[in-house]
Design a protein around this ligand. Structure first.
Ligand code: PAF
Length: 295
């Protein structure tokens, strides 16, 4: 569903709060949906906006490349940005307001408060990107406090991020419903990601191995659930990914979801996450397969 109107662009938290306050006064009981992003929007983000537009009265999109969630040698400086294209997509998918703060607006002076979620952040990206989830949990807490949404929409390509936010919201009694949305993929199965633009043609071609390896593992797990250990499954996915000569594996793990704890037996788990992070050249891609065993 799209909006006939251009979204309102707001740069400051004070203005955002004032705008939302007046909208809530005009429409008491209006449901506010929130889609937090780092911009360079693609169909994955569009699907979050579509889900928000379908079930909320007011849709807020934020675009903020959050320095706090990037490590010192990561891609904060070169993270892709395209403001005009993002605004066109925001209008097409019906955002009412786009909040685009500068770094100084979100972090006006040295930040002294950090939100740390333990447990679910110990493995996967939490282990290979130290501090990443502190940055995510801190910025999402700040954005939730500014927007005070009823519902917030997150893509399951970052399944660990969803688990972290859900844990944080429960622990801190944040009154928001987290709505996880399915990963959107290219026709050949590669998960949509803002970072896909970094890939060379050859890397892009080989990157489809991630989805292939995950689908095969899912198939195997569904048919031989009681015969496979998580280590065997991870070893199988690793071997399949290594068939792509340019792939350099960061991690391949099969864990219980959403606890992200090791699985001793798949027969005891209600949900399992097979998650991978793989570098092609300088581009680190993540993907996963979330398996619900009963349904
Ligand atoms: O998923 C993202 O794009 C970011 O981690 C988020 C949730 C917008 C926080 O910066």
């Amino acid at each position: 569903m799209s909006n006939d109107q251009q979204p309102i662009i707001i740069l400051s938290g004070v203005e955002l709060r004032a705008w939302l306050k007046s909208r809530r006064l005009q429409s008491p009981g209006a449901v506010v949906g929130f889609v937090p992003t780092m911009g360079f929007l693609h169909e994955g983000h569009a699907s979050l906006l579509t889900a928000a537009r379908q079930s909320c009265d007011i849709v807020v999109l934020s675009i903020f490349v959050n320095p706090l969630q990037f490590g010192p040698n990561e891609d904060f400086e070169r993270y892709p940005r395209d403001e005009q294209r993002d605004l066109a997509i925001a209008a097409e998918y019906g955002a009412d307001v786009v909040f685009m703060p500068q770094v100084e607006e979100m972090y006006p002076e040295r930040t002294r408060t950090t939100v740390t979620v333990s447990g679910v952040t110990e493995r996967l990206c939490g282990a290979s990107r130290p501090g990443h989830f502190d940055g995510v949990a801190t910025v999402v807490t700040k954005l939730f406090n500014l927007v005070q949404p009823d519902r917030a929409y997150f893509g399951l390509k970052d399944a660990q991020q969803v688990a972290v936010i859900e844990q944080m919201v429960r622990d801190l009694n944040v009154p928001v419903e987290i709505v996880p949305c399915a990963t959107v993929r290219e026709a050949d199965g590669l998960a949509k990601s803002s970072r896909n633009v970094y890939l060379s043609a050859e890397e892009r071609e080989q990157a489809v191995i991630l989805n292939k390896a995950l689908r095969e593992a899912e198939q195997q797990l569904r048919t031989q659930r009681d015969a496979m250990s998580s280590q065997e499954l991870a070893a199988q996915v690793t071997a399949r990914i290594q068939e792509a000569p340019l792939a350099r594996i960061d991690y391949v793990e099969a864990l219980a979801y959403p606890s992200l704890e090791p699985i001793s037996s798949f027969t005891e788990a209600e949900q399992a996450l097979i998650a991978v992070a793989v570098k092609f050249g300088n581009t680190r891609l993540i993907d996963n397969c979330l398996i619900r065993f009963n349904g």
